[in-house]
Design a binder for this molecule. Structure first.
Ligand SMILES: Nc1ncnc2c1ncn2[C@@H]1O[C@H](COP(=O)(O)OP(=O)(O)O)[C@@H](O)[C@H]1O
Ligand SMILES: [Mg+2]
Length: 647
């Protein structure tokens, strides 16, 4: 089974429009590797040609020394250079034989060296470029793909190309020259006899064509069942805790068995087709060999006067030595031709993989700098949302998430952003960093549309603490100083103190040098949040966005963080999304979002006086009323909000 291959076609749109992805990749990455390619290719050609020499010398030896049918002569060697005494001729022949093997081996080494270098460098540059193109893609690119799928381009598809470049392409060149060289040599030596074995070439070509057409859909089936099985296994491992606590082991084993069975069936179907192909090729080549033996043998017998009244075709000489050369060459059609079907097959996989890589390389990011983008500098921190509308692209069309949102924030203001889960708070803030671009209206910072400034300067001015803090595998120190490699220890510690992280970090085994993240120490949700607040504090941005940044932190710690943050954000614009209304109670302005719309706006006291959604949420949280009014719950049931979300 060839590795890689087309996956479930989630990536259809990533397949390049390019009619020939391999040609495109060769143009791009083969160019720098021209020297290696040329050396490798030429070495392959000449080492293949060296393989033609031994059988030829054997034929000459038979005719000159055993049957004495022909005088001792060699092509490409002037007669004057040849020794005349039979013993010397024989030694000369043996020397040529040995020389051809030595030269063939040396050329074989040169071929491997240059060719592997070609394939490795090609692949390395392509992988780095593909990664770079991938991470520049807009965030929505990653929304509708599983991490595993994007990884499969960078791993499977790139490696698939490596396999093809290192082995199949090299073998392909070798085969073309071996088969072509032998065919040509036979036609030159005796074209009439040469026709007999060469007619199998089209026959083999046809057999390979039929095979490829049959096997291709079967391999696709195999690939897609591999993908299914893998995602099943990955899912189950990730959810092992749930599996155990709900004692669904049996159920999950059954599901895995079902996926594994599908894989087995698909694979078996492909195997039965594949194993029928080799005997077919063998029979065709054997027919070519047998026919050559028959025709050539008959001819030699005619020449020796053993057959009376021969057909006119057999006019002219044919020696036993020549027949030996023919038989040796036509037999060697078999092996390369067998490989040929596989190479055609590999090429198809490589092409499919190449299309995905080219798709990744060539599709521009949906969110990029405009050509005339300017640097955003000396940020005062005025933020304006002007009739902003936004929808996510989902499988079932667009989902309107924000509608006609307008508000202004003065420099240095602290803004609280509240509302039920799913109201669009996070989305609203992502538009400020251009993690997504608005569909309608505009977002301005200091009067400038965020789409008119460079992404780099924009994102450097805005510190964003996401709702789902992510720590990289590395030390606490590296995680806090992420993106600021030259930060010194004092600054890092100061940032950690502001974020309320210093105490627990100091208690870790290695303090700031403790490894955290995927393979490191597991921090609690609240601890991760504090490390990621410290990261934003250290960045010292002009505008700070905290998206439920303290939601997993207990009330006392939150109060401590709040206190130290207050000093920090005193003279910069800050947004704080909060679930707990007490968190934003003292904000200059509170924006209340509901179902994609900005429904209320004002200070805590104003909003309580207004007696709207905010006032109701507040009363629920302080325990004045037990639950939200029915009218609100009914409305919430209409979208994804659950009453429990509004605690
Ligand atoms: N990446 C996404 N793709 C599609 N829909 C999304 C995505 N992120 C959020 N949504 C949807 O957008 C709505 C608003 O989400 P969000 O901005 O996260 O709300 P909030 O932060 O107020 O809880 C929700 O209905 C959510 O399901
Ligand atoms: Mg949110």
């Amino acid at each position: 089974m060839p590795p890689g291959g087309p996956d479930d076609d989630e990536f259809e749109e990533l397949r390049a429009e390019e009619s020939n992805a391999m040609v495109r990749l060769f143009g791009e990455y083969g160019r720098g590797q021209r020297a290696r390619f040329a050396v490798g290719g030429l070495a392959s050609v000449f080492s293949t040609l060296m393989e033609l020499v031994p059988a030829f010398l054997l034929g000459v030896a038979i005719d000159s020394f055993l049957t004495a049918d022909r005088p001792f002569r060699l092509p490409f060697v002037p007669d004057g250079w040849l020794p005349t005494a039979p013993v010397e001729q024989f030694v000369f022949l043996i020397a040529l034989l040995a020389g051809s093997h030595v030269l063939g081996a040396a050329l074989g080494w040169l071929n491997s060296w240059a060719w592997n270098g070609f394939a490795q460098h090609f692949q390395h540059e392509m992988r780095v470029d593909a990664y770079d193109a991938m991470q520049r893609r807009e965030l929505s690119f990653f929304d509708d793909k599983q991490t595993g799928e994007v990884m499969s381009i960078l791993n499977n598809d790139v490696n698939q190309l490596e396999g093809f470049l290192t082995n199949s392409l090299n073998q392909g060149i070798g085969i073309v020259f071996r088969v072509g060289g032998m065919g040509l040599a036979m036609l030159l030596i005796n074209w009439r006899l040469g026709i007999v074995p060469t007619v199998i070439i089209p026959a083999l070509g046809y057999a390979s064509y039929v095979f490829v057409n049959r096997i291709h859909p079967k391999y696709q089936e195999v690939r897609s069942s591999v993908g299914k099985l893998n995602s099943q296994l990955e899912n189950n491992l990730g959810g092992i805790e749930v599996v155990k606590s709900y004692t669904t082991e049996r159920f999950e084993t059954d599901r895995v068995e079902e996926s594994s069975r599908e894989y087995l069936d698909a694979q078996w179907d492909a195997i039965t087709t594949r194993i029928a192909f080799w005997p077919t090729l063998r029979l065709v080549t054997a027919a070519g060999y047998t026919a050559t033996f028959l025709v050539g043998g008959y001819w030699v017998m005619v020449n020796r006067g053993l057959i009376a009244d021969p057909l006119p075709f057999f006019n002219g000489p044919l020696t036993a030595g020549t027949l030996v050369i023919f038989l040796s060459y036509s037999r060697r059609f078999v092996y390369p031709m067998r490989q040929f079907g596989q190479i055609i097959n590999d090429y198809q996989y490589a092409e499919a993989a190449g299309e995905r890589v080219v798709g990744l390389l060539d599709t521009p990011s949906g969110v990029t700098d405009r050509p005339d983008a300017v640097e955003l500098d000396a940020v005062e921190g005025r933020v304006e949302y002007d009739d902003v509308g936004f929808a996510y692209d989902t499988d079932d069309g667009e989902e309107q998430v924000l509608d006609g949102v307008s508000f202004d924030v003065e420099p240095g203001e602290m803004v609280g952003l509240v509302g039920p889960t799913g109201a669009g708070k996070t989305t609203l803030m992502k538009l400020l960093l251009r993690l997504y671009d608005v569909d309608e209206g505009r977002v301005r910072i200091d009067g400038r549309d965020v789409r008119d400034v460079t992404l780099r300067s924009l994102r450097q001015s805005v510190g964003y603490v996401s709702q789902e803090p992510y720590l990289f595998y590395g030390t606490v120190r590296e995680n806090i100083a992420y993106g600021i490699p030259d930060a010194d220890d004092e600054d890092i510690e100061a940032a950690a103190r502001v974020a309320g992280a210093h105490e627990f970090v100091a208690d870790l085994k290695d303090g700031y040098d403790t490894k955290v993240g995927e393979r490191g120490v597991k921090l609690s949700g609240g601890q991760r949040q504090r490390v990621s607040i410290a990261r934003a504090v250290l960045k010292d941005p002009d505008i700070l966005v905290l998206d439920e940044a303290t939601s997993h932190v207990d009330n006392e710690t939150e109060a401590v963080i709040q206190n130290s943050l207050d000093d920090l954000i005193e003279d910069r614009t800050a947004f704080a999304i909060a679930h707990r209304l007490s968190t934003v109670r003292h904000a200059d302005t509170i924006l209340v979002m509901d179902d994609g719309e900005l429904v209320e706006q004002g200070s805590h006291d104003d909003l309580l006086a207004e007696d709207g959604l905010y006032a109701t949420l507040w009363r629920v949280q302080v325990g004045e009323i037990d639950a939200l009014p029915q009218e609100f719950l009914d409305r919430a049931a209409g979208h994804s909000v659950q009453p429990g979300d509004l605690d």
